[in-house]
Design a protein around this ligand. Structure first.
Ligand SMILES: Cc1cc2nc3c(=O)[nH]c(=O)nc-3n(C[C@H](O)[C@H](O)[C@H](O)COP(=O)(O)OP(=O)(O)OC[C@H]3O[C@@H](n4cnc5c(N)ncnc54)[C@H](O)[C@@H]3O)c2cc1C
Length: 268
């Protein structure tokens, strides 16, 4: 049976993952496919071509709802990696520490998957199935990421905890997308945590607990308990212990929510 061709884009995950440096015989470079590059806005929302690089995302004049995604883009490796690495490559590589996934979860993004004769849209949380495992057939490509239209007053934040400031794989990371009503209440709140479970996850218990609260009242002490962070299974590895991750992620949630509230209060 013919081995399917390997799809490549920026190759920043592809080359480091090669066994013994052996390049597969058949590869398809999608980094310059017109329909897969660039960012457009239409009625259902934003379409980010799968081969769009992190640098292009950083440079695009998105509304404040995308600040978290931009912050994550600035954290992907180094400038050189951001110039080559793509959004689809990050999702398809499906690392538990992929910086792009938590902000996309909070933006309720969808993955556009195409084969020669069909197109389907899958929520990011259903697309990423486990470490290095995504819902993608051998005859399919990720052609774009769709982000639904956000409310005008939506802001977002992303914070990554690493053992140093630059070029680092995260110990934990948190993304928050929120909006505050004219009355000062948190009316919309999505929170996602990465690097603390096999796949980055939304935090529905915490989202529900904080939605409806007066934003200014909780700024000094955001009420986040470990029990609110359901579904996390932090492991001990070279970057940190399970216990450290567990306690750090609680504080990281507080800081990220505080940051997003601060930005939102500035524009409401
Ligand atoms: C030094 C270094 C530092 C890094 N630091 C970080 C970091 O801090 N945070 C982080 O999240 N990542 C980091 N990475 C990983 C990597 O840069 C990102 O995940 C990047 O976004 C991958 O994109 P790419 O285009 O290079 O993917 P590629 O390497 O080209 O491909 C990665 C995988 O995705 C598949 N793929 C690519 N495009 C498509 C498509 N359109 N459809 C279907 N499958 C596709 C490929 O087959 C492959 O399996 C780092 C990498 C390096 C080398």
């Amino acid at each position: 049976m013919e081995v399917p061709a390997k799809v490549i884009a920026g190759c920043t995950d592809f080359y480091p993952s090669l066994e013994n440096g052996h390049v597969p015989d058949r590869i398809v470079d999608v980094s310059k496919v017109d329909e897969m590059v660039g960012i457009t806005k239409s009625t259902p929302g934003w379409r980010i071509g799968g081969s769009t690089t992190w640098t292009e995302i950083i440079d695009h004049p998105f509304p404040p709802a995308f600040d978290g995604l931009k912050a994550a883009a600035r954290e992907v490796g180094s400038i050189q990696i951001q110039n080559s690495g793509t959004i689809a490559g990050n999702i398809c590589n499906a690392s538990p520490a992929a910086d792009g996934i938590p902000p996309l979860l909070t933006l309720e993004a969808m993955v556009e998957v195409q084969s020669a004769n069909s197109t389907r849209l899958v929520n990011v949380e259903d697309f990423v199935l486990g470490p290095r495992k995504v819902d993608l057939g051998a005859n399919e490509l990720v052609t774009a990421i769709w982000v639904p239209e956000t409310r005008n007053n939506t802001t977002s934040s992303f914070l990554k905890l690493g053992s140093r400031k630059y070029l680092v794989i995260s110990i934990a990371m948190v993304a928050v997308t929120l909006s505050i009503s004219p009355q000062g209440l948190i009316e919309f709140l999505n929170i996602a945590v990465g690097s603390c479970s096999p796949v980055a996850r939304r935090m529905p218990v915490l989202e529900k607990k904080l939605t409806g609260l007066r934003a200014r009242d909780i700024l000094d002490d955001i009420p986040v308990e470990v029990e609110d962070l359901t579904g996390l299974t932090p492991i001990t590895d070279i970057r940190g212990t399970s216990e450290y991750r567990q306690s750090a992620v609680r504080e990281l949630c507080q800081s990220t929510i505080r940051d997003a509230i601060g930005k939102s209060l500035e524009i409401t």
